[in-house]
Design a protein around this ligand. Structure first.
Ligand code: BTN
Length: 262
């Protein structure tokens, strides 16, 4: 196991975020929760990041825990203040985070890289990265976003067959400092596209990475499962699926794509 007190993470300078800070926590319950608390206590500049050596109570989607071995993986949260974005456009933040991660993975290796709707990132059809985006709304705008990212880097064993890491897929160990820096460059680029209003490009690029587009795959809803063909994702983030009952739009809480992925 690496000594996770020894990291020397650096964050790229960006004209978008001239005041950004990098806060390294050797141990932390949840970087999302920690960053949220910081913002309540003092002014924190947009683009700032909290990164943990070991996150011991990470929050996942749907109230799940995000479990990660100490010192093996990246767990961090980014603060954004996209007040110019309508609350109804929240899906664009999902697109920014998911695409930043897929862009970065594609620079590292020639493997299959996909986004599993809405915002899991897959490497060779197994989950390598989870994203938890927590927005605070002010009327119809987004006052603040905390984008939490967990990427499995050097961890070798997982309790679920559906999970993987860079190490598991390539047999190589990766330098976490370098991974973080390069990933942040990719995330900054995608956020710059959003700031410039390049919504069509973000929409199309997300679709190009979407797992199952045009393919028949299995979905779960409660206790039942059904086959369906993914047709797209609308601006509210709903998945458009051709089901045995016709074309349907599903929200995040209404269905999931069933493991294992074909
Ligand atoms: C998922 O369930 O797929 C989302 C997982 C998100 C985990 C990351 S790790 C860094 C950040 N802090 C948290 O508590 N959660 C996110």
């Amino acid at each position: 196991m690496q000594n996770y007190n020894n990291y020397s993470y650096k964050i790229p300078a960006s004209p978008l975020f001239p005041q950004r800070e990098l806060i390294y926590m050797p141990e932390c319950h949840s970087t999302n929760a920690y960053l949220e608390q910081m913002v309540r206590e003092r002014e924190v500049a947009e683009g700032s990041v909290v990164i943990a050596g070991y996150q011991y109570a990470g929050k996942g989607q749907r109230g799940n825990l995000w479990l990660t071995e100490p010192g093996q993986n990246l767990t961090f949260s980014v603060l954004l203040k996209p007040f110019w974005l309508q609350a109804s456009q929240q899906m664009y933040l999902t697109r920014v985070f998911a695409l930043g991660i897929t862009d970065w993975l594609k620079t590292l290796m020639a493997a299959e890289v996909h986004i599993k709707w809405p915002n899991d990132v897959l490497l060779n059809r197994r989950k390598v990265c989870g994203i938890l985006i927590e927005n605070q709304l002010h009327r119809e705008h987004i006052a603040m976003t905390i984008g939490g990212i967990g990427v499995n880097i050097n961890q070798a064993y997982f309790p679920f067959a559906s999970a993987t890491s860079l190490f598991k897929e390539t047999g190589r160990e990766y330098n976490l400092d370098q991974c973080f820096y390069d990933l942040m460059v990719c995330l900054d680029r995608r956020y710059a596209m959003l700031q410039r209003g390049m919504l069509g490009d973000l929409h199309n690029d997300y679709l190009a990475q979407l797992f199952g587009l045009g393919m028949e795959i299995n979905f779960s809803t409660g206790n039942s499962s059904f086959p369906g063909t993914v047709l797209g994702v609308d601006d509210y983030g709903r998945l458009e699926v051709r089901t045995p009952w016709g074309i349907r739009l599903y929200g995040f809480k209404e269905t999931t794509i069933q493991w294992p992925l074909k």
